[in-house]
Design a protein around this ligand. Structure first.
Ligand code: CU
Length: 228
């Protein structure tokens, strides 16, 4: 983007904005129960201006790491009911193209998820890490709600960690869906971590230079995934 910005520096601001808007990507569409819903239905929309909607979060100490900028409040987002074990998909506006892992997390709301800010414990349910030297860069990511987690309302969080620019801060691309889980089990998911806090500037999977490292030993940041 740096070169494009330089090239556009002499043009007007309005000409620059659409270019910036297309420079990143965001998880904006949810599918479940065999239905693909319109963008932002069941997903908290960040409060960035339109031209920054698909921008990253980079501050490791920010509460914006939970559900993106402004994502601590529901802001009218609806909650989808899903049976434990059922499949869901997050789809982006543009396929992920910054190299790095993709992860899924959940955090149980004390009551209604629409009133939950994500300040409680989070558990990870899946990592898509590297295979060989390639990263799982896709337009959509599909997984299942763990069968054994308790009934209740949850934030379901997806994260792409952009490690494409060694020397600069890695970039977190985040969205959270609001999910009510039914037909669940009795598990007490662990390990858990708080956000911020789950990702540290010293994590090897965060500091790594992906271009000169054997990725066979790469460890995705955050707690290890919980399995039933
Ligand atoms: Cu980008």
């Amino acid at each position: 983007m740096r070169l494009q910005s330089l090239a556009l520096a002499a043009t007007s601001l309005t000409a620059l904005l659409p270019d910036v808007a297309s420079a990143h990507y965001i998880f904006q569409q949810f599918s479940a129960n065999g239905v693909t819903y319109p963008p932002w239905k069941y997903i908290r929309r960040n409060t960035n201006p339109a031209w920054l909607q698909n921008g990253p979060v980079t501050d490791l100490s920010s509460t914006d790491l939970r559900c993106n900028v402004g994502g601590q409040v529901s802001n009218g987002t609806e909650t989808i009911t899903l049976a434990a074990g059922s499949e869901f998909t997050f789809t982006l506006d543009t396929a992920v193209y910054h190299a790095g892992p993709i992860s899924l997390y959940m955090s149980k709301a004390p009551n209604k998820v629409e009133d939950y800010d994500g300040s409680g414990p989070w558990f990870k349910i899946h990592d898509w890490g590297p295979s060989g030297n390639s990263w799982p860069l896709r337009i959509s990511y599909t997984y299942n709600i763990p069968k054994c987690i308790p009934n209740g309302e949850y934030l379901l969080r997806i994260q792409s960690l952009g490690l494409h620019n060694p020397g600069a801060a890695p970039q977190f691309y985040i969205s959270c869906a609001q999910v009510k889980v039914i037909n669940g089990g009795n598990a007490n998911p662990s390990p858990t971590a708080y956000i911020p806090g789950a990702f540290k500037a010293t994590d090897p999977g965060y500091t790594v230079n992906i271009y000169n490292t054997n990725l066979a030993n790469y460890v995705v940041p955050g707690p290890r995934p919980f399995t039933c």
